[in-house]
Design a protein around this ligand. Sequence first.
Ligand SMILES: *[C@@H]1O[C@H](CO)[C@@H](O)[C@H](O)[C@H]1NC(C)=O
Ligand SMILES: *[C@@H]1O[C@H](CO)[C@@H](O)[C@H](O)[C@H]1NC(C)=O
Ligand SMILES: *[C@@H]1O[C@H](CO)[C@@H](O)[C@H](O)[C@H]1NC(C)=O
Length: 306
Amino acid sequence: MGSGRCRRLLVVLGVLVVLVVLVPAARGDCGPLPQLPGAEPPEDSKDQQSFPIGSKITYRCVQGFAKLPSKSDTTQCLENALWSVLPEFCDRSCFSPPRVSFAKVSAEDEIKNFYAVNVTVSYVCNPGYKNSTDELPTSTCHENLTWSEVPELCERETCGPPKNPEHGTVVTTDYLFGSKADVICDDGYELAPGPSFIRCYLHKDGVAWTPLPTCQRIQDVSPLASTSTVGTTAVTDAPKSLEEKTSEYRYILPLIIIPCIIGIVVIVIWTIKKCGVKQKGTYKPNPTNAGDEEQGPSCQERKTGP
Ligand SMILES: *[C@@H]1O[C@H](CO)[C@@H](O)[C@H](O)[C@H]1NC(C)=O
Ligand SMILES: *[C@@H]1O[C@H](CO)[C@@H](O)[C@H](O)[C@H]1NC(C)=O
Ligand SMILES: *[C@@H]1O[C@H](CO)[C@@H](O)[C@H](O)[C@H]1NC(C)=O
């Protein structure tokens, strides 16, 4: 009797153990998602109470935090109906380092997307700029997740004093990268077609002035001469005569007068059209008067019908 009762007790105990072990697995789901510091699950699964086995949930870092590289951000509901352990993967991080005109973040720091407090990133001078000291600019992520100001340790490279063109002068006091200088020709000379200035620009490994414009002797601009300039260069040494000046006006005057005439004609046509329209009285600004038009009466009929 005593051993029978003991055996029954053991069976009951065994069944209880089996139930305790099997029930959660039989239910086949994981409970609510674990809380992780600095991270949050997607909005749609935040308040969900159960998840089927095999569910994968990817967390994201909250504001001011960023994902630590090489750490996982995804947890999975395992066969035993428990969430896989997810170590902390979000930590306080600055945003991307500040952008400045004179330098860019070094390649090795640029590719990072996690910048912890006290981390320092280095910069390299942009093309057209060179380091003014032995140091290169850096910036550090502060405790309050802002970056320290990037010191302006890169200065614009210089193209040096530009040469003057023959029969002309370059007007400038600024020889630095990006500067622009006008070219003025001596009396009796004019700029050849093309730009009237030079610019200190990026060239090969450094900077250089763009090619100098040429100053050429002012020629008689009669149609005949202009078609045969190559053959007749520097035939006359005479300074610009009154006749040459008036010949310039021959071309300038039609350029002014013709657009004026076209303009007046357009205005006259437009005025006639506008006045004609007004006389007909088809356009009335008051919308309640819209019924005055030909199609008006049919609209009113439909309204008053029922
Ligand atoms: C950053 O550096 C400061 C000064 O060296 C130190 O007091 C602070 O604990 C550091 N903060 C972190 C998060 O390492
Ligand atoms: C700029 O940096 C280079 C290399 O780091 C260094 O050799 C050079 O002396 C620096 N220039 C100045 C003006 O300090
Ligand atoms: C952040 O901290 C730095 C250094 O402590 C300070 O210079 C800066 O003004 C702070 N910025 C803000 C926005 O609080």
